[in-house]
Design a protein around this ligand. Structure first.
Ligand code: SAM
Length: 320
């Protein structure tokens, strides 16, 4: 089983099992427009997925692991875990030679910095230059050759794109599933880490994302979206199903802000219904009340499933 290749701020390793319990059992292709470290993507290990991220250096790593895993493994063998070497490699993006470096060497540098920087942070300044200090860890696992080879197998059957999440719009079709894990709406002005990319992710982007979700919902696509348990997120997604979940997180740069943090999973379907787990016995009567959580296409999706269960006498479902 492949494991995520990188440590990633906001990574979902802690929540993978919880998120899996909400997935629809049957769906078309799997899409992750904000893949980051891809905790859910690597764990699910499915055929024919499509992953995307705005971060060009991150996407270059996935492309190199896909196409040149052996060359990458060779390149990773040359690194050493000392402060002097770390700052030399970190400083390469300040030099004009950086653009001429091969994609394999860029991916190797990115993985090295990820494994040896403080808290595995990826953070760049306005010029796009990496600015995280040396972590000083004893024996960090800079090279995990077996995992690179396993990830390569998965990535060979995955479509990989780089850019803004909206570019996936036309690719996603009815019945597909999309897991959206954007940079979170900050809980306070000082608490957040959102600089995965020089431009950041602002309220206007969060609003654009709600429109994207509405578009997916109207198209009959299943989605789950993660975000912070903030007032703004509850308001932005009020018409969908909102589930509170708890994750252990270290969010501040000192690494001392650990603890269980409430987060939200937002979805446009009720997993109990789409997974045919609704088992109710009694007289046959179907009562459906429409409240403002269900917009028409979600309701239509639920009705289609209920109708197919009713027409099948062996279906494990009774409705009253
Ligand atoms: C919370 S992280 C995703 C974490 C991931 N689920 C994991 O398990 O590691 C958010 C990601 O969104 C990406 N991102 C930021 N703005 C974006 C945009 N406009 N379009 C696509 N991706 C974006 C960031 O580069 C970052 O990798």
């Amino acid at each position: 089983m492949p494991k995520p290749l990188l440590k990633w701020v906001g990574g979902k390793r802690q929540l993978v099992e919880t998120i899996k319990s909400y997935l629809p059992h049957n769906h078309g292709r799997y899409f992750e427009p904000f893949v980051g470290g891809g905790a859910l993507f690597f764990t699910l290990n499915k055929q024919g997925c499509h992953i995307n991220d705005l971060n060009a250096e991150l996407i270059n790593v996935y492309r190199v692991v896909k196409s040149n895993p052996k060359e990458l493994i060779n390149s990773l063998q040359k690194h050493s875990n000392t402060a002097e070497y770390y700052y030399k490699i970190r400083g390469l993006d300040r030099s004009p030679k950086f653009i001429k470096m091969s994609n394999i060497d860029k991916a190797s540098r990115f993985i090295f910095l990820n494994k040896t920087s403080f808290n595995g942070l990826y953070r760049v300044n306005k010029q796009g230059q990496h600015n995280v200090s040396f972590g000083g860890y004893i024996n960090p696992k800079i090279l995990d050759a077996n995992n690179i080879l396993e990830c390569s197998v998965l990535l060979k059957r995955t479509k990989i794109t780089q850019g803004d999440f909206e570019q996936l719009k036309s690719e996603i079709l009815e019945g597909d599933f999309v897991y959206l894990d954007p940079p979170y709406v900050p809980l306070s002005k000082t608490s957040s880490f959102t600089s995965y990319n020089p431009g950041g992710f602002h309220l206007a982007d969060q609003e654009r994302l709600v429109e994207f979700c509405d578009y997916l919902d109207k198209k009959g696509v299943y989605f789950i979206l993660s975000n912070s348990a903030s007032v703004e997120v509850n308001e932005l997604y009020h018409k969908y199903i909102i589930q509170e979940v708890y994750a252990s997180r270290s969010v501040n740069c000192k690494g001392d802000g650990r603890g269980k943090i409430k987060e939200l999973l937002i979805m446009n379907y009720d997993p109990k219904i789409v997974n045919n787990k609704l088992v109710v016995v009694g007289p046959m009567r179907l009562d459906i009340s429409v409240d403002d959580r269900y917009i028409p296409s979600s309701l239509e999706m639920h009705l289609k499933i209920l109708a197919s269960c009713c027409s099948n006498p062996d279906a494990p479902i009774g409705i009253h």
